[in-house]
Ligand binder design. Structure first.
Ligand SMILES: Nc1ncnc2c1ncn2[C@@H]1O[C@H](COP(=O)(O)OP(=O)(O)OP(=O)(O)O)[C@@H](O)[C@H]1O
Ligand SMILES: [Mg+2]
Length: 491
């Protein structure tokens, strides 16, 4: 009894796991069964496959059709198994030659009329196909997306019948092409922020060293405005980073025009977002906001308003650069190497320190408000900066400051220095990477005793000092660099 086999993939996070679709047709009571830990979307595949074949004038033979998704011990989710199942059946019916299918992996969703619809994870599937030394059959609309995964033979048919015509030599499919890159959108510019030199300086340091930052200031001080301009200070992603980020968006089904993402992502989840929305997971596992912010910025506005468990779940990824999600039978890991930028008011009423406007509950109101942010989380933030609102008269009188382009150039130079010295940005270096002169070391020691900094706090202080020195193109961390870094640790 012959068995036909078609290669496809399941996904563990963004990693492709090869799955073989095995089809066996035997005599017996007519039946169509799918086994191999298939979820509901996969078992429903039977009906779509049956309808798609009927639309092509092909009726399933009155036999017992058994489809096994192997290995049978990993859960199969999603609709992309439709196409490989249909191909396996067509091959078992001798309509498609098995030898042709041996050269490809396949994924795609079938609609009732036999059209092949878009699915998530095409780039990762192409990478998987390349490592299995095969080509890839994927939906027509995602041909250019598959190209991003590797230099392999790609067939992107719009329907099952056009694929059949290709394999029978009636009408050969044309090769997909890279879609044209549209110029990245220019976000808001830093020059629109008047005055606020201290805050802008903090933003520049954060951009240069990839440091996490918390901005504290009264309502309307310009915190959200500043954060939105951080993206414009960051350099383009490297090709390696771009592929990593694009894969995540592809696996989340968030890559509508099949072009690679080349600018660092900037994600701004609302404070009502659930922990699952932030970290990823759920019944059908999806990457969360922290993974969608991979190699980019996660901006949490109104920081203390986020659910406590959502905030606490940031601690592990902030250290490791990835997030591990526990499932019933396995763990799934998504990359989540992001720069955390947070903003908050100093207290619930927002006017702490403003003698005219602060509420009568000071200072209790501050304590209650900030208590939602735990010490260990604050300890992971490199820069804590107080945002002083610009005086009303200055909003009109002060001239516009530097443009994002000018600041981005300094950030670029500082980043180049870091990468050539240690292959990492300063937010990731450890104390071994940092050498200090005697006098500077003494100053750090004294300050850390005074401020009661933890070991992690000292490391973070030195990382920021290193970035400040890099922005000034200094080889060594000097006393002024440490002094400025210290201003971002006091609370
Ligand atoms: N330095 C500034 N230069 C120009 N406009 C400013 C400046 N500061 C504030 N504004 C104006 O005030 C508006 C409010 O600023 P923004 O929303 O950033 O405040 P916020 O600190 O985030 O306040 P909240 O705590 O209420 O969220 C901005 O959209 C902008 O129009
Ligand atoms: Mg705001």
């Amino acid at each position: 009894m012959s068995i036909t086999r078609v290669l496809t993939f399941s996904f563990s996070g963004i990693d492709p796991v090869p799955v073989e679709v095995q089809v066996q047709m035997t005599r017996g009571l007519p039946a169509f069964v799918i086994v191999g830990l298939a979820d509901k979307a996969v078992t429903e595949s039977r009906e779509r496959v049956r309808a798609a074949l009927i639309s092509m004038g092909i009726a399933l033979p009155p036999k017992r059709i058994l489809v096994n998704l192997s290995p049978a011990d990993i859960v199969k989710e999603g609709t992309h198994y439709d196409l490989p199942i249909a191909l396996g059946i067509l091959s078992a019916m001798d309509i498609l030659p098995q030898e042709e299918l041996m050269h490809y992996a396949a994924l795609g969703e079938l609609s009732l009329d036999g059209a092949i619809g878009a699915v998530n994870g095409v780039i990762s599937a192409a990478i998987g196909a390349a490592s299995e030394e095969r080509g890839l059959i994927c939906p027509h609309s995602q041909g250019s997306e598959a190209l991003l995964g590797g230099d392999i033979d790609i067939l992107a048919p719009s329907s099952l019948s056009s694929l059949l015509q290709h394999f029978t030599g009636k009408q050969i499919l044309s090769k997909p092409e890279f879609s044209e890159l549209s110029p990245p959108e220019k976000g808001p510019d830093l020059s629109e922020v008047k005055g606020m030199e201290g805050a802008k300086r903090a933003l520049e340091i954060a951009a240069a060293g990839g440091h996490s930052m918390l901005m504290i200031g009264p309502p309307g001080a310009g915190k959200s405005m500043l954060a939105a301009r951080l993206a414009s200070l960051l350099p383009d992603l490297t090709p390696h980073q771009s592929l990593a980020v694009t894969r995540i968006y592809s696996s989340a089904g968030l890559l509508p025009n099949s072009t690679p993402i080349i600018r660092p992502p900037f994600r701004t989840p609302h404070h009502s977002a659930s922990q699952v929305a932030i970290t990823g997971g759920g019944v059908k596992v999806k990457p969360g906001e922290i993974s969608l912010a991979h190699h980019g910025v996660l901006f949490l506005d109104e920081f203390p308003e986020f659910a406590r468990n959502a905030l606490e779940s940031l601690r592990q990824p902030l250290e490791t650069g990835n997030i591990s999600i526990a499932r019933a039978t396995s763990h799934i890991t998504y990359p989540a190497h992001f720069q955390l930028i947070a903003a908050m008011n100093p207290c619930r009423c927002g006017y702490l320190g403003d003698t005219e406007r602060e509420c009568h509950r000071v200072p209790k109101c501050k304590e209650e408000y900030t208590r939602k942010i735990s010490g260990p989380l604050l300890d992971r933030i490199d820069l804590i900066t107080n945002i002083e609102p610009i005086a009303p008269k200055d909003i009109v009188n002060v001239a516009s400051g530097e443009t994002s382009e000018v600041v981005a150039q300094r950030v670029k130079l500082a980043r180049e220095k870091q990468l050539s010295r240690q292959q990492l940005l300063n937010n990731e270096i450890n104390v071994n990477h940092i050498t200090l002169d005697q006098s500077v070391a003494e100053m750090v020691e004294k300050a850390s005793l005074q401020l009661r900094l933890s070991a992690r706090g000292i490391t973070r202080l030195l990382r920021v000092a290193r970035t400040i020195a890099d922005l000034a193109l200094k080889e060594k961390i000097d006393i002024p660099s440490v002094a400025e870094a210290l201003t971002f640790r006091q609370r």
